[in-house]
Design a binder for this molecule. Structure first.
Ligand code: NAX
Length: 328
């Protein structure tokens, strides 16, 4: 299998690539080829990463190549993990990028090119996971420019879901693996909606184990929605190892059959399910058959409270789509 990672010399990739090199992530018996992509200015840093990967002598890795040209890197790719992007706050062409609209345009340029290359050159069965922010709308730009309906484009919401599971497990006093059907709806942004109404712990609905809507509204939701900012404040840098693990967990979730009664989380193109407008990338509960097919789970029941939260994040996705209309 050929695995492409962009932003390969960045902080998330530093943790992500070693995870991907371990056995059992991809559902195949063959070894993996890694195509690592960076911008020209970061190629020297990337060589350092490659040296460490070589020194790790992974039995599951066949070949590691580096690229500063996306179109060469994605030839025949099975997976593309699009981590590289320009962060908010950076000075770009003499201007500090503060506004979401500016960030969307700059990263939009990156994802236009990457989408075209993947659509033309990667396998029709290729799976693409966008991690670089604003991830949902970057995925939309990539997918629209790829013009290859057989490929599967996703944006990462797994980190939000893992954060939600961890906080719920602390509240209930259970293990994270005991939690099923915890879905994150909407955008990977502070408007996201992590839903506890359909979550199940060891066969019981969370609502039967806990009657504390005050905690849900005043503590749980703001905590998950603002967790990224909390990490930046504490660490002086954005989440890296947890984001890397979430990206690897997304790959695993797609590659392997979903356990009975459970779902996994990623953003995919909306078909209008749960009132989210068609044609934006939104977080949904998903299942995988382990043979390359994923689909939205449509049997979640949502209260008026949940619907009102989902409509906020859905509106934000529509606004983002309108801001990049010229790139679609
Ligand atoms: P870093 O700045 O450490 O690394 C990004 C790397 O991407 C840099 O090495 C840069 O040279 C490279 N890059 C930039 N443009 C590129 C291009 N056109 N082609 C190839 N490489 C390119 O950021 P890091 O902390 O690794 O974060 C990467 C992205 O993940 C950011 O956009 C960040 O906001 C996003 N995140 C997304 C999350 C999610 O849940 N979806 C959570 C974590 C993270 O915040």
């Amino acid at each position: 299998m050929k695995i492409v990672v962009t932003g390969a010399a960045g902080q998330i990739s530093y943790s992500l690539i070693p995870f991907l090199c371990e056995k059992g992530v991809f559902n195949c018996s063959s070894k993996i080829d890694l195509n690592l992509v960076e911008i020209p200015q970061a190629m020297q840093r990337l060589e350092g990463v490659v040296k460490e990967l070589e020194d790790s002598a992974y039995s599951n890795v066949n070949k590691i190549l580096t690229f500063d040209d996306i179109s060469l890197a994605v030839e025949d790719a099975d997976w593309c993990l699009l981590v590289g992007s320009i962060p908010r706050g950076i000075v770009f062409k003499g201007k500090e990028i503060k506004e979401r609209a500016d960030l969307l345009q700059i990263n939009g340029g990156i994802f236009t090119k990457q989408g075209q290359a993947i659509g033309e050159r990667s396998k029709d069965t290729c799976k693409i996971l966008v991690v670089g922010n604003p991830a949902n709308t970057n995925a939309l730009i990539g997918q629209k420019n790829a013009r290859n309906p057989r490929q599967t484009w996703m944006a990462m919401t797994m980190l939000d879901a893992l954060r939600a599971k961890a906080q719920l497990a602390l509240k209930i006093g259970c293990h994270v693996d005991d939690i099923y059907r915890l879905a994150v709806f909407g955008n990977h942004s502070p408007t996201m909606y992590p839903d506890l109404e359909n979550a199940v712990i060891n066969g019981s609905k969370v609502s039967t184990l806990m009657d504390d809507q005050d905690w849900v509204e005043k503590q749980f939701l703001p905590k998950i929605q603002q967790r990224g900012a909390e990490i930046i404040h504490a660490r002086g840098a954005s989440s890296a190892s947890s984001a890397a693990r979430a990206a690897c967990e997304t790959v695993k979730a797609v590659e392997h059959k979903t356990r009975d009664g459970d779902i996994f989380n990623a953003a995919v193109i909306s078909d209008g399910s749960y009132g989210i407008n068609e044609g934006v990338f939104s977080g949904f509960p998903l299942i995988s058959d382990g043979e390359g097919n994923i689909e939205i789970v449509r049997d979640f029941s949502l209260s008026d409270f949940a619907k009102s939260k989902i409509s906020i994040t859905s509106r934000e996705l529509d606004e983002e789509r309108n801001l990049v209309g010229d790139l679609l």
